[in-house]
Design a protein around this ligand. Structure first.
Ligand code: SAM
Length: 172
């Protein structure tokens, strides 16, 4: 019995069915790819304009999306070296003056599942091509999903830790 199964055996039976083994894999395919002339740090610029080239066979799945101004884009950070996915703690943006944080408490690209989530502005939809602004993904990045932004997603009482504000000091 593996460590996970041993721990799981202490979980009441009615809960156990939802517990996956840590060895389980979930396989996704890219619904499309990012196309951008920008590289390196350029992709972080808010003004950056990119395209999402959807697989042509999925084009009908875009019907109606043009009614939304903003979209969430989920993408696979495919250029993170595989060995970096086991990193558990980092200094945000590599800044040693900020606390050592668990990666899941940050927006680092070094994560157990290297998935990026970015809110973008939808500029244009033409056939299977979405033109978007502010997508911080490199050229060729596989896109896993696209969801319309719903104003209900706003958290009016959002708070962030003190170190988060330090990240942006001097930029405001
Ligand atoms: C820190 S990730 C965060 C993405 C998203 N905004 C989020 O919060 O999940 C964004 C950075 O990842 C890097 N990046 C972009 N595309 C990538 C890719 N396909 N593979 C690895 N790194 C990528 C770029 O340096 C970009 O600025």
């Amino acid at each position: 019995m593996g460590e996970f199964e041993r721990l799981n055996s202490h979980v009441p039976h009615s809960f156990r069915v939802i517990a996956l083994s840590l060895e389980d894999k979930i396989v996704f395919y890219p619904i499309g790819y990012v196309k951008t002339p920008n590289s390196g740090d350029e992709v972080k610029e808010k003004s950056v304009i990119s395209q999402i080239i959807l697989q042509p066979r999925l084009v009908e799945a875009l019907d109606g999306i043009e009614g939304f101004s903003h979209l969430f884009v989920l993408f696979y950070l495919d250029k993170v070296p595989a060995e970096k996915n086991s990193v558990l703690k980092i200094h945000p943006k590599g800044r040693t003056d900020l606390p050592l944080m668990g990666v899941l408490g940050t927006r680092t690209m070094l994560r157990p599942n290297p998935i990026g989530l970015t809110l973008v502005k939808l500029l244009k939809v033409q056939d299977s091509v979405l033109t978007v602004q502010d997508l911080d993904a490199y050229d060729g990045t596989p896109v896993l999903d696209i969801k319309p932004y719903d104003p209900w997603d706003i958290a009016k009482d959002a708070r962030v830790p003190a170190w988060w504000n330090k990240l942006y000091e001097g930029l405001k």
